[in-house]
Design a protein around this ligand. Structure first.
Ligand SMILES: *[C@@H]1O[C@H](CO)[C@@H](O)[C@H](O)[C@H]1NC(C)=O
Ligand SMILES: *[C@@H]1O[C@H](CO)[C@@H](O)[C@H](O)[C@H]1NC(C)=O
Ligand SMILES: *[C@@H]1O[C@H](CO)[C@@H](O)[C@H](O)[C@H]1NC(C)=O
Ligand SMILES: *[C@@H]1O[C@H](CO)[C@@H](O)[C@H](O)[C@H]1NC(C)=O
Ligand SMILES: *[C@@H]1O[C@H](CO)[C@@H](O)[C@H](O)[C@H]1NC(C)=O
Ligand SMILES: *[C@@H]1O[C@H](CO)[C@@H](O)[C@H](O)[C@H]1NC(C)=O
Ligand SMILES: *[C@@H]1O[C@H](CO)[C@@H](O)[C@H](O)[C@H]1NC(C)=O
Ligand SMILES: *[C@@H]1O[C@H](CO)[C@@H](O)[C@H](O)[C@H]1NC(C)=O
Length: 455
């Protein structure tokens, strides 16, 4: 086995050597050599690219803006599709100067994969702590760039899939490990021509069930999917079912891990259907695919309507999705009125709405439940994206009436929903980011004083 591997590698090396000189001969100085491995003896320099075994992905030096004299970076893209979509960047915070043509990506004496500039100053390194003198880097057909040492083991010592940039490829994991503190979140580029970390981040929330959220500046929510119902996110009725069927969310409470991933329609044939999902520098999360590997088609864009902007109508406001997607159509939940009529009529809906009649449970806390002939009621609303900050009732609850009872017991509970494949969700804070869909969506029950229900 060992012998076969070595002989095929050396056969490959001789073949590449031959190719290299052949192209030198033919193309003079315009050669572009492809290699399959970066080893201690074979660094990668500008003019060369590292390709995956079936030529699906390619890694090399590039400048954003169509190679027109900008800073240079080392990145990964799909080999056959133009224009190129860079799916990963090594040195996103430390570019190579445009004039430097001697930078190289090499395996250092400590077994680390590192990018050094023309003066051998390190710009980026994998920081592997295992002392290994036989490591080599290669690019897989999944787009994962791995450093391995066969003497140490088959598991990669380092892999790019653990350090996502702005793009999630099929089989990559998005999420976190709360025990180790590891986070695989996407971060946008600063601009179309600057891969350094921008304003937007995509990740999973620690909630049960979790949801995917786009944050701006690290912590302000910008968009969210709604909770996971074990097969899809319930706040995305517009997403193509065939597409979302490849979604997975693995939530392991014992391990403290939550990871989201997706797979191609056709994951057995790399190259037949290519896909990626990314966050743009202006905060748009999208899914793209390419049937024949020729060009990219937009499959789904998360923010396609003014209602998709997080909390567009403020607390206790509802955003009604419309065909005219530019201005959000806001209304207050029944039993609520604009906090500031002046701001609201001016078109500023961020202040949201406030409750008109205090809840019965708030005004009569001293009375026992049995004495309350006049307890609060619930208003049913349909086809909604349920609000943010859901709390999951852990005890088994089989139907909506039992969920109602659970909510009614606690005066902090202002709304509930019994969702198929999830169970009982309750809310105890301001109800934020509710959308009314034209189809799909969930029923939500809002707690109101009886006098409001009669109106
Ligand atoms: C980028 O370069 C390619 C070929 O080098 C060209 O076909 C394409 O039009 C260029 N795109 C832009 C935006 O300049
Ligand atoms: C490697 O370590 C340096 C210095 O501690 C750090 O700046 C850099 O981000 C690390 N690289 C990676 C890929 O984690
Ligand atoms: C690599 O390490 C092995 C075992 O530690 C050692 O036998 C070998 O000589 C080393 N090779 C080089 C090139 O340093
Ligand atoms: C995010 O940060 C930038 C720069 O500090 C600032 O201009 C922008 O207003 C912030 N946006 C939000 C929504 O906080
Ligand atoms: C955007 O929304 C419209 C309907 O409002 C829909 O027809 C269209 O397919 C959506 N586009 C994407 C890319 O999701
Ligand atoms: C919108 O209204 C809120 C209070 O409801 C206020 O704090 C905010 O400054 C207003 N924004 C604009 C742009 O007027
Ligand atoms: C609360 O209970 C008191 C008597 O205990 C009653 O007088 C009052 O009307 C009740 N308030 C409401 C809002 O029903
Ligand atoms: C009522 O709900 C709040 C918010 O979820 C929670 O903190 C509190 O413990 C609950 N109270 C009871 C008695 O269950």
């Amino acid at each position: 086995m060992q012998f076969r591997t070595e002989s095929s590698v050396s056969a490959m090396n001789s073949f590449m050597f031959f190719l290299f000189f052949f192209s030198l001969l033919l193309l003079s100085r315009h050669h572009c050599a492809e290699v399959y491995e970066i080893s201690p003896a074979q660094p990668l320099s500008e003019g060369q690219t590292l390709v995956s075994p079936r030529q699906v992905f390619e890694l090399g030096f590039f400048s954003p803006n169509n190679n027109s004299g900008n800073n240079k970076y080392v990145g990964i893209w799909h080999k056959s599709i133009f224009p190129r979509k860079v799916v990963w960047v090594a040195n996103r915070e430390k570019p190579i100067a445009a004039s430097d043509t001697l930078a190289s990506l090499r395996i250092s004496s400590k077994g680390n994969l590192e990018l050094v500039d023309g003066k051998q100053n390190p710009l980026w390194s994998t920081n592997i702590s295992v002392l290994s003198n036989g490591s080599a880097a290669s690019l897989l057909d999944t787009g994962n760039f791995v450093v391995k040492d066969d003497d140490v083991g088959a598991e990669p010592l380092w892999q790019s899939f653990d350090y996502p940039c702005d793009t999630l490829l099929p089989s990559m994991l998005l999420g976190f490990n709360s025990k180790s503190g590891e986070k695989n979140f996407l971060t946008s580029w600063k601009s179309e021509s600057d891969p350094s970390t921008g304003m937007f981040m995509v990740g999973l929330t620690p909630q049960v069930p979790s949801q995917v959220v786009v944050w701006i500046n690290g912590s302000t929510p910008y968009w969210r999917t709604g909770p996971w119902d074990k097969s899809t996110f319930i706040g995305l009725p517009g997403a193509n079912d065939a597409y979302t069927s490849g979604f997975r969310l693995d939530d392991n409470a014992e391990e403290g891990t939550k990871y989201y991933s997706y797979n191609s329609y056709n994951s057995y044939n790399y190259g037949d259907v290519l896909e990626y999902s990314d966050i743009s520098s202006d905060g748009k999360l999208k899914f793209m695919n390419s049937e024949r590997g020729e060009y990219w088609i937009l499959d789904f864009v998360a923010q396609n309507n003014s209602c998709d902007k997080y909390a567009a109508c403020g607390p206790f406001g509802v955003c009604k999705r419309s065909e005219s997607p530019t201005t959000p159509i806001c209304k207050c939940l029944k039993g609520f009125a604009p906090k500031s009529h002046q701001e609201w009529t001016k078109g500023n809906r961020t202040g949201g709405c406030v409750r008109q009649t205090k809840l019965f449970c708030e005004t009569n806390t001293s009375q026992s439940v049995a004495l309350r002939r006049n307890e609060d009621g619930f208003l049913k609303m349909t086809q909604l994206k349920v609000p943010d900050f859901h709390e999951y009732i852990q005890i088994p609850i089989s139907d909506a009436p039992k969920c109602r009872t659970q909510c009614l017991k606690n005066c902090s509970c202002v709304a509930y929903a019994h969702v198929d494949n999830i169970g009982c969700l309750v809310w105890s804070k301001d109800l934020l980011d509710i959308q009314e869909f034209a189809y799909g969506g969930e029923d939500l029950f809002i707690r109101l004083d009886r006098s409001e229900l009669g109106k």
